[in-house]
Design a binder for this molecule. Structure first.
Ligand SMILES: Cc1cc2nc3c(=O)[nH]c(=O)nc-3n(C[C@H](O)[C@H](O)[C@H](O)COP(=O)(O)O)c2cc1C
Length: 303
């Protein structure tokens, strides 16, 4: 069965990736990453960041809220300590980057492009917990900032570029078009939806940051809608993310036009879920007599 998909110049053996922030090198002992299309690493910044106040995670109906706030040890640690651990893993490695301004994004892209183990770069414009130094807040919420940031990264690297957008906007098509015009090779949709929860015993917010990002099954219909709208607005591949817990969820995204998918929260429930999704999609294609993964993409029947 041909499960290969292309994202920009990047050829993936199958369309299933682990999503940024939900997969770490400790997963190598729990699941065979070599069976995945790619893994997206936790978003890295130039300097280390401690992240937001705790508690930073809480469970809600059909999903989880997190306000990690881009805690990471910085680019030097990624290059010196984490990337070498991925040598010999037969899957594509996508580095995820975030910065406070376009200069930082550019520097991250230049440094990562020099790393043999990095196959592509995902630009995270959409973490809802960090202010990027744009007047109105997040880059992903400002069309012009999306354009100039993506353009700056585009000029800094020849690697395949994926732009991860925020769903917390009125019209996702506007932002998808801005990223495409700036030269991104693909768009990843969606990051988490902003939410909050309150502990009625203490009267306090469940998260130290008060608000956080909602992920998991609760967001799937909304992410699916965002993917559906974006695929009609741009001519580049869309990577679907949001509440994908099993192969059936993945297939829904692909029928709506996603060329590939990423799995986040499901990794915390079952560390092998990504591999099981690859196997599930393959079995579905065989069962349905569908000749290859390409025939599934955008094959939703309307009317
Ligand atoms: C604990 C946690 C940490 C995350 N960290 C990042 C991150 O560093 N960078 C990023 O782009 N997305 C991050 N995300 C968002 C996920 O990659 C994904 O877009 C989101 O969770 C929706 O997918 P899901 O419903 O399958 O989890 C994080 C999500 C969770 C739950």
């Amino acid at each position: 069965m041909n499960m290969a998909v292309k994202i920009g110049r990047l050829k993936l053996k199958n369309p299933v990736m682990a999503a940024s922030g939900t997969w770490g090198t400790d997963y190598l002992e729990l699941s065979d990453a070599g069976k995945l299309g790619a893994v997206v690493l936790k978003t890295v910044t130039l300097e280390s960041r401690t992240g937001n106040r705790s508690p930073r995670v809480c469970e809600t109906a059909s999903g989880m809220l997190n306000s990690i706030g881009l805690e990471n040890k910085g680019i030097d640690d990624l290059i010196e300590n984490k990337l070498p651990r991925l040598n010999g893993i037969r899957t594509c490695i996508i580095a995820s980057i975030a910065g406070d301004d376009k200069r930082e994004f550019k520097e991250l892209a230049v440094r990562l492009s020099a790393c043999k183990r990095v196959d592509a770069i995902e630009i995270n414009l959409s973490c809802p917990n960090i202010k990027y130094g744009v007047n109105e807040g997040l880059i992903a919420h400002n069309e012009k900032a999306v354009y100039t940031t993506v353009k700056a990264v585009r000029e800094a690297t020849k690697l395949t570029l994926i732009t991860k957008l925020s769903p917390n906007v009125t019209d996702i098509k506007v932002f998808a078009c801005a990223a495409e015009a700036a030269g991104t090779d693909a768009i990843a949709l969606t990051n988490t939806f902003i939410g909050m929860a309150v502990d009625i015993n203490t009267g306090r917010p469940m998260l130290g940051n008060i608000t956080g990002g909602l992920s998991g099954p609760a967001i799937k219909p909304m992410s699916l809608r965002a993917v559906w709208e974006a695929t009609k607005a741009v001519d580049i591949p869309i990577i679907g993310i949001g509440g994908i817990m099993d192969y059936k969820d993945a297939i829904e995204f692909m029928l709506c036009g996603a060329s590939a998918i990423q799995v986040g929260t499901a990794n915390f429930v079952n560390p092998n879920s990504t591999v099981e999704i690859v196997e599930g999609i393959e079995a579905y294609l065989k069962r349905k007599n569908i000749g290859g993964i390409g025939k599934l993409i955008g094959a939703i029947k309307l009317g």
